[in-house]
Ligand binder design. Structure first.
Ligand code: ADP
Length: 477
């Protein structure tokens, strides 16, 4: 079934101004599932106009009212979680359990920020000289442009929409072209619960770069929140500089996973499986390189190989498969090329290593003898490929872990005191100790170095969409 899906501008679903459309593909069989409207420059400008016109009214609504709308969206997504997950599976290709996991994670941002909407902090104090009262208020920053990737089409959108709306900002959501249907479904849910016209808009501009730049350079747009590659993030920071737009950036990762000599192997295997295989490895937090102490190497490799071999790879709508498709055949071929390159420079292919003939599937794969510094350890793999590097000395493992321009996520498995000491030395915005997943709407998500700027979720997430205003009033004692 192919259907037509439209842009959402100023409270109305409508085709693009030029009547053009692009295909949305099911990666498990490469069939066309929808023809989505392409946004022209006129459509993008109309979205900015709608958001700008709605900004004052939305900012003036009571925080409780905004919170209750977000809470209502959470309730709808809870009631419709299977439908929500099915849309994610159809256009992204991930497994059913990954999609249900994402749907549940995504809707939690609406619940969390429904609660944060009414807890925005301020400050009030007497100046040191005693001459004035210093009042620090927080106000919505203004129209926010939210750009999301295809790997978590729901959660990356709600992680931005929820705090922006809670803060009182109006929004323009630009999903990845691979996964616009999940975004359209969530926007429709926000419309259904009563979010006013103009507060949430959805556009899919093409060509992307120039039209996004035009939106950022409209004076009403005061915030860019971007999740995607470091390369595109850098370009967008340049664009933001032109009109001094505040930018939150969640960029690429290259997470190391260190197995220390004292690691509990059951916990390590379970955690590594999650850190690597969640979302088929297509996560910026995925363990990209695994450093295993020589004393535990063979045991780790043997057990991980058995675990990977037991996973069934196939279409996500068949709920018995644990690993789904990659988002496209182009992504699958990138993964295949990285594996071939590693093998050609001497790595051993212990398991997997094959692409499917049909659909964008790639085998679960394990490589040993990988050279630290080779392309597969310095590029985000974004596929179900585990690369093992053997080390002898913990200081050397920490040095290799930090030897990257990225700093999003790191994992350590080991005896707790030693693991905590290593966690403190890792250059990463987030570190998981003896566990494979960290993401939680209540925790600050973000990276250091070239993995990003700012934090999403937690109590900081809403602050990214607020600006401080200092009001001085003379103190009469
Ligand atoms: P990924 O590797 O996850 O696809 P990208 O950075 O290419 O990461 O894409 C993330 C998001 O950024 C997507 O919504 C994509 O359409 C968008 N994007 C890609 N190029 C540009 C650009 N030049 N300007 C603005 N957005 C872009």
């Amino acid at each position: 079934m192919t259907y037509l899906a439209d842009l959402f501008i100023d409270g109305v679903w409508r085709p693009g101004g030029a009547g053009e459309r692009f295909d949305v593909i099911d990666p498990s069989d490469l069939s066309v599932i929808a023809r989505f409207a392409t946004a022209t420059e006129g459509d993008c400008m109309a979205a900015v106009d709608a958001a700008a016109n709605a900004q004052e009214g939305w900012a003036a609504t009571a925080p409780r009212e905004r919170g209750e709308l977000l809470r209502a969206a959470y309730e709808v997504l809870t009631a419709e979680v299977e439908r929500f997950a099915e849309i994610i599976v159809r256009e992204n290709g991930k497994s059913w359990s990954d999609a249900i996991g994402e749907a549940n994670y995504a809707k939690e941002f609406f619940r969390w920020f429904a609660e944060e909407a009414v807890r925005v902090p301020g400050d009030y104090r007497l100046s040191p000289a005693g001459d004035k009262r210093i009042i620090v208020d927080r106000q919505p920053i203004g129209v926010a442009l939210l750009i999301t990737p295809w790997n978590f089409p729901a959660a990356m959108a709600t992680r931005k929409l929820a705090p922006a709306l809670a803060a009182g900002c109006t929004t323009i959501l630009k999903p990845a072209r691979e996964t616009p249907l999940t975004a359209a479904y969530m926007v429709e849910v926000l419309r259904r619960v009563g979010v006013p016209a103009g507060v949430v808009n959805l556009v899919t501009p093409m060509p992307t770069g120039p039209l996004v730049a035009k939106m950022i350079n409209r004076p009403e747009v005061r915030k860019l929140s971007f999740t995607g590659s470091t390369e595109v993030g850098r370009d967008l920071l340049h664009v933001c500089a032109d009109s001094v737009v505040s930018a939150s950036m969640e960029l690429g990762g290259n997470a190391p996973l260190i197995v220390l000599p004292g690691a509990d192997m059951d916990v390590t295997v379970e955690g590594t499986l999650l850190a690597k295989m969640r979302n088929g490895g297509a996560a910026c937090t995925a363990a990209n390189r695994v450093y295993v102490h020589a004393s535990r190497h063979d045991e780790f490799v043997e057990r991980m190989t058995a675990e990977l071999a037991a996973l069934s790879v196939g279409p996500g709508l068949d709920r018995s498969n644990q690993v789904g498709a990659l988002v496209s055949t182009a992504e699958r071929d990138k993964v295949a090329a990285l594996v071939e390159d590693a093998v050609s420079e001497g790595a051993t292919l212990v398991h997997g290593g094959k692409s499917s003939e049909q659909g964008a599937f790639y085998d679960t794969t394990l490589l040993t003898g990988v050279r630290h510094g080779s392309p597969i350890t310095s590029t985000e793999i974004f596929g179900p490929v585990l690369t093992v590097v053997r080390y002898d000395d913990v200081d050397e493992a920490v040095r290799m872990a930090n030897d990257t321009i990225y700093g999003l996520m790191a994992y350590v498995f080991g005896e707790e005191r030693e693991a905590m000491a290593v966690a403190g030395r890792l250059e990463a915005g987030m570190v998981a100790v003896n566990r494979g997943v960290v993401s939680d709407p209540a925790a600050p998500f973000g990276g250091v170095k070239q993995s990003g700027l700012g934090r999403e979720g937690g109590s900081d997430g809403i602050l990214e969409f607020l600006e401080e205003k200092y009001i001085a009033v003379t103190a009469h004692s």
